[in-house]
Design a protein around this ligand. Sequence first.
Ligand code: KIV
Length: 278
Amino acid sequence: MKGTAYPHLQDRQEKPVSLSDLARMKAEGEKIACLTAYDASFAALEDRAGVDVVLVGDSLGMVIQGADTTVPVSVDAMVYHSRAVAAGLYRPFLIADLPFLSYATKHQALDTSRRLMQEGAAQMVKFEGGEIQAEVVEHLSARGVPVCGHIGLQPQLIHKMGAFRVQGRESAAAEAMIRDARILEEAGADMLLLECVPSTLGAEIAANADVPVIGIGAGPDVDGQILVVYDILNISPGRKPRFVKDFMAEAEDVEGAVRAFVRAVRDGSYPGPEHGFK
Ligand code: KIV
């Protein structure tokens, strides 16, 4: 259940965002503004600022728990934060990540999704991986679990890959990613998330998909943009990825920065060429 504790949750007339609203936004070329959140206060602020989709990302391992990677994040932690975020939301659609190795089999994926949806109040689950996850997607989708496939850079594979780098620059890798996107969609994925890919590849995948394609470092020609909320507020430590824009720099307060992000996604001024990859 989304919450009722915050004043902005009372007496709202508009409809909460649903999957069909997101599909309509794609069809009409209306950009979808998405941000991560990890607690009820930020969730409420993002709701007031007009964010369409809120993701409880397993990035919480890094930005909340202070780990180096997303690998140590547990299902319990995802459920806890998803439930907290849900308590602050009315309008945005809520997605929660399936953490590392919590969807290694279709049965495990269903059990983790059940926890995120029933205990964490998520409306969709997101997992990393392409063709290899097709069976999991079919299994979840056939049982009424909305799913988002995260392809391109997959942070849960950090120990396999050794470093985070742009994906799909070589033509064979680009072809494989286009194929992954198609297979996930055919298996029943309701949304795709593309991380750190050349802008031209982002555009091609979004143009060929019937479901919304949300980008993070995937250029301007996808159906929506997502960033980690602490990155746009310039409070994440360390070097920022190229695709991050500091919206706090010109804002009066945190809510103003989130509103500026939503406006910039909607009017297409974010991401600019300086945020994309070739
Ligand atoms: O975990 C996360 O926050 C994510 C976004 C960066 C897309 O997957």
